[in-house]
Ligand binder design. Structure first.
Ligand code: C5P
Length: 313
């Protein structure tokens, strides 16, 4: 079988429908219980053979709507993903990456993690490493807590530091309006602020709510909206008080629910249908609380090939 010289993989942004954060662990991470949902907002990563050696470095080019502040060196998680795969499998063929970015940078939507998942899968196909899905998943978990979910997609419960996943039953399609901020928030800083705000409190073991899972199983968007919760929201709002105003717009226009996504500063609003999503987006636009507003749906696919794969049959 000939191998493709270039493969493009699309990987989704996520939001956390519920994010329960426990006490800090000895390794510095926090024990989590979370419900991820993959969104129709996605990045595409193309991995192409250069004809040279991986030791020459990995060139990165960018396009798309969210390229500001994206590093093109080893600070980019997609670069780290291909280097990790090369190191573990011993391949030496050089590759270059092209990232088409639509997921905001440092927005709490796991954009960097999506790029890492896409790069891992695309490089695996270009290099034909023969790794199993489980081996790829383990490499994804090494790269970051949210990378395994970007591979899996759909709706899933995450435990541990977020990397241990169980697919969740989810009926229907949910309409989300996403309010983006031009200035990101640092994930470690938000976790540290949460620790500061909760200092001295005995924290329960994190677990996801049965009511939220029941809402997803029955496809009841109103019930889902009532149970959206993020333990990092007070910390994100403490570091970025303007988020409180953004969240209020959801109340004012009757959104089913609203919450800060992950470590923020992105805010997600759940709408009853696409028409209400348009109303919420318009209200956000006129109130000028967000720098950009996008309408998306969930759940969406995990990382998958969109170009360059050979026929499987
Ligand atoms: O795993 P990832 O690289 O995405 O994590 C980024 C940072 O977020 C960590 O260095 C840590 O400060 C914080 N984090 C955490 N607990 C988690 C996940 C992330 O404290 N479960």
């Amino acid at each position: 079988m000939t191998r493709p010289g270039s493969v493009t993989v699309r990987a989704p942004a996520k939001i956390n429908l519920e994010l329960r954060v426990g006490a800090p662990r000895p390794d510095g991470f926090h024990e989590l219980a979370t419900v991820f949902q993959a969104l129709s907002l996605a990045d595409d990563v193309s991995v192409s053979l250069t004809g040279g050696s991986i030791d020459d470095g990995v060139e990165v080019t960018l396009d798309g709507t969210q390229v500001d502040g994206v590093p093109t060196d080893e600070r980019n998680l997609a670069v780290r993903a291909v280097l990790l795969l090369a190191e573990r499998t011993g391949v030496s063929d050089g590759v270059r990456l092209h990232l088409r970015k639509h997921i905001p940078v440092a927005g709490g939507m796991a954009g960097g993690s999506a790029d890492a998942a896409a790069a891992l899968l695309a490089a695996d196909l270009v290099w034909q490493t023969g790794l199993t899905r489980e081996q790829l998943r383990a490499l994804a978990a090494e790269l970051g807590s949210d990378v395994p979910f970007a591979l899996l997609g759909g709706t899933a419960i995450g435990t541990g530091r977020g990397e241990q996943l169980t697919a969740a039953m989810c009926r229907g399609t949910y309409h989300w309006v996403i309010a983006l901020s031009d200035r990101g928030l640092s994930t470690p800083a938000v976790f540290a602020e949460a620790d500061r705000l909760r200092a001295g409190r005995v924290l329960p073991e994190p677990r996801v709510s049965e009511r939220l899972m029941a809402a997803l199983r029955s496809g009841n968007a109103a019930a889902l909206g009532a149970h959206l919760v993020n333990d990092l929201q007070p910390a994100a709002c403490s570091l970025r008080p303007g988020l409180l105003q953004t969240l209020e717009v959801g109340d004012e226009c009757g959104a089913l629910g609203a919450l800060v996504s992950g470590s923020g500063p992105t805010v997600a609003f759940l709408a009853a249908d696409s028409e209400q999503a348009l109303d919420i987006a318009t209200a956000l636009g006129t109130s000028a609380v967000a720098d950009q507003v996008v309408r998306v749906t969930g759940p969406a696919h995990g990382a998958r090939v969109v170009e360059g794969a050979w026929p499987t049959s």
